[in-house]
Write a protein of this length. Structure first.
Length: 383
């Protein structure tokens, strides 16, 4: 065997036996992504995964290496995935997860290891999670207000709530109580259900018996369609509001005719066509929806696809800044990403215009939400 052949053989063996960290070079940026592509939250995780097909392959001339793992909506698996990203892949950035408990779990690892983390669910922040994590979804208090203002304008005095029996459901109930009590409205019932449940008949009967002027459903994805259908099928005639977690084509598919007339808080990606040309969210929203619907069908747009896509809209702004001072695969680069998230302002994306700070880890304002309804099986602006 010639010396050239021996050299090639040696390289082949070394690559075959190398660990992911050893094969990674400083010329690529590793992004570890844990989302729920199976399990009860798959309706959220699948469009998030699909959106990754339309994100850039490189930023600032440096290739992106995306490592995508499924956590099935299980916080313990999300934790394991996050630790793998840190220890095996030496990730520069982590993204996920699709639901609040799993995002909280990932955030704990990210803040422990010092890795920038982008949550894809509206995660509550504590001092232990505030340094390295930011949120992509709009915070409930901003999205909620557009619904509560609509309730007040339409004479709502009494409200009932039905939502998930987890931290997402708690987030929405607590916000509903805080904001509507100050508006002179009262909550007459609070019902809960688990994400895997296939019926809420008992809860629906209690809600209807309470006879509220309006009902808020605090659920997401396909899970939001079930209570919508049960309430309408059992004769509830009042106003029904859905949180931005329901904003996807899956909701209309699951709820069917019961979706007609629902009032839904949503991110601007769900209807960029109605935005003025001056809106910074219009162009990226139109671009994502055009690409997504070309592949996945008309009206397949999704709030969740927007969250995943927007991570990379933000990275397009912050990575070039970080690359000026540090190389990927180093603690210095991760710190530079963290600092750039604070220094860069008015970062336009499909779901909002981001202005993160050390204290504000949501980074969005009223430009991040709209109010929609369903008419003839399609989302249209609500009145």
């Amino acid at each position: 065997m010639s010396k050239l052949h021996l050299a090639i053989a040696a390289v082949a063996v070394s690559l075959a036996t190398a660990t992911p960290a050893e094969t990674q070079t400083a010329a690529e940026i590793t992004v570890g992504i844990s989302i729920s592509t199976t399990g009860p939250a798959a309706a959220l995780g699948v469009p998030e995964r699909n959106a990754l097909e339309f994100v850039p392959k490189d930023i600032g001339g440096v290739p992106l290496k995306l490592i995508v793992l499924d956590d099935g909506g299980d916080p313990s698996i999300a934790t394991t995935n996050a630790r793998r990203f840190v220890s095996e892949s030496k990730a520069d950035i982590m993204v996920g997860s699709s639901i609040v408990p799993s995002s909280v779990a990932m955030s704990a690892v990210a803040n422990e290891a010092g890795v920038p983390h982008f949550s894809l669910s509206p995660m509550p922040f504590t001092p232990a999670r505030v340094k390295w994590s930011v949120d992509m979804p709009q915070p409930v208090e901003i999205v909620g207000k557009v619904m509560y203002d609509h309730m007040r304008a339409h004479g709502v005095k009494t409200i009932a709530y039905v939502g998930y029996s987890d931290s997402y459901g708690d987030l929405w109930f607590n916000d509903l109580k805080a904001q509507t009590s100050a508006m002179g409205m009262s909550i007459v019932d609070d019902e809960r259900f688990a994400r895997p449940d296939t019926s809420i008949t008992g809860q629906a009967l209690k809600l209807i018996a309470a006879n509220p002027d309006a009902i808020l459903i605090g659920a997401a994805g396909t899970g939001a369609g079930m209570p919508q259908s049960e309430l309408r099928d059992r004769g509830y005639k009042g106003l029904i509001y859905q949180t931005h977690g329901a904003a996807s084509s899956d909701f209309i598919r699951i709820a069917g005719k019961s979706a007609e007339g629902v009032l839904m808080a949503a991110g601007p990606v769900m209807y960029p066509e109605g935005q003025p040309d001056t809106a910074l969210t219009k162009k990226p929203g139109l671009e994502l929806n055009a690409a997504y619907e070309a592949k996945y069908g008309a009206n397949s747009r999704s709030q969740f696809a927007g969250h995943a896509y927007d991570v990379f809209e933000v990275l397009k702004r912050v990575v070039p800044v970080a690359l000026k001072t540090a190389k990927p695969s180093t603690p210095e680069f991760r710190e530079a990403i963290r600092q750039a998230l604070i220094s860069e302002k008015e970062i336009a994306a499909t779901q909002g215009v981001y202005n993160y700070s050390e204290k504000d880890r949501n980074g969005v304002d009223d430009r991040s939400r709209i109010l929609l309804t369903v008419k003839d099986g399609k989302y249209v602006p609500a009145k």
